[in-house]
Design a protein around this ligand. Structure first.
Ligand code: ZN
Length: 252
């Protein structure tokens, strides 16, 4: 399994850190976890054919995780029109309940051509699902009260990756069951101070420690948080902790 960080930043992208998006490759499949407005730019930069993505797993509906979904699907659709014979590849969309309804609202505003349809399938439940030999297990995450949020556990053979999306420090037991013992825990650490909707670096590291993750990757950071995050991470010498940067690749 290979994780490529396409966007390790927050809602305020910088030159170094674009907003949330991650590419997961395993078993010949390609999946995106979150799709910010800057995701297509990072995919284009890496010469990744949009049509080669098999699934997108959206954690929640804040724009820095979700706003790139329509531009991504539309760019893929238009790109496929330019190749003969025209073949629109199926795309699976995973997300919390209301994903499909929100997608249709986006289409109403930004993609109005009535005869154009990308072959999309929507998965809004927290039941496990397969894309080829990759298992996707969504699980509920507490973030904000305005909509439900999911995290995802991706497994391929013995390899596992957990991505939390945005998460507050108080979570249900199921959250801790689902994140337990991952090879790689990709966890947000956006909060400067403890709060209800995001994790601080210390809280993220402690969740990583408690979960038994082999490697904890801290993400969703501003440029000016990185020095402090590195100093805090260095206090946990027994743990394998990395600070995500755009373009970072992790194979496990
Ligand atoms: Zn959020």
């Amino acid at each position: 399994m290979k994780l490529t960080i396409l966007g390790s930043g927050t809602a305020v992208p910088s030159k170094e850190r674009f907003s949330s998006s991650y590419l997961i490759e395993a078993g010949g499949k390609r999946l995106l976890a979150d799709c910010s407005a800057t995701a297509v730019a990072r995919l284009a930069e890496r010469n990744i054919d949009f049509g080669s993505i098999d699934a997108v797993a959206v954690t929640h509906f804040h724009p820095d995780h979700f706003a790139g979904l329509l531009p991504f699907v539309q760019a893929r659709y238009v790109g496929e029109l330019q190749v003969r014979p025209v073949l629109h590849r199926p795309l699976a969309l995973f997300g919390p309940p209301s994903l499909r309804q929100r997608w249709h609202k986006l289409r109403e505003v930004m993609w109005v051509e009535p005869n154009e349809f990308a072959p999309l399938s929507f998965f809004e439940s927290d039941e496990p699902c397969r894309i080829g030999t990759v298992v996707i297990q969504p699980f509920p995450v507490r973030h904000v009260e305005w909509f439900p949020s999911y995290g995802y556990r991706f497994s391929h053979g013995a390899a596992s990756l957990v991505y939390t999306g945005d998460a507050g420090p108080v979570q249900e037991d199921r959250f801790f069951e689902m994140i337990a013992g991952a090879d790689c825990l990709l966890i947000e650490a956006a909060a400067r101070q403890p709060g209800q909707t995001h994790l601080t670096v210390e809280q993220a590291i402690e969740i990583g420690q408690r979960s038994g993750a082999k490697k904890t990757v801290l993400t969703h950071l501003r440029d000016n948080q990185v020095t402090d995050a590195q100093a805090i991470a260095s206090r946990y010498a027994s743990q394998d902790i990395e600070i995500a940067t755009d373009g970072m690749e992790i194979v496990f």
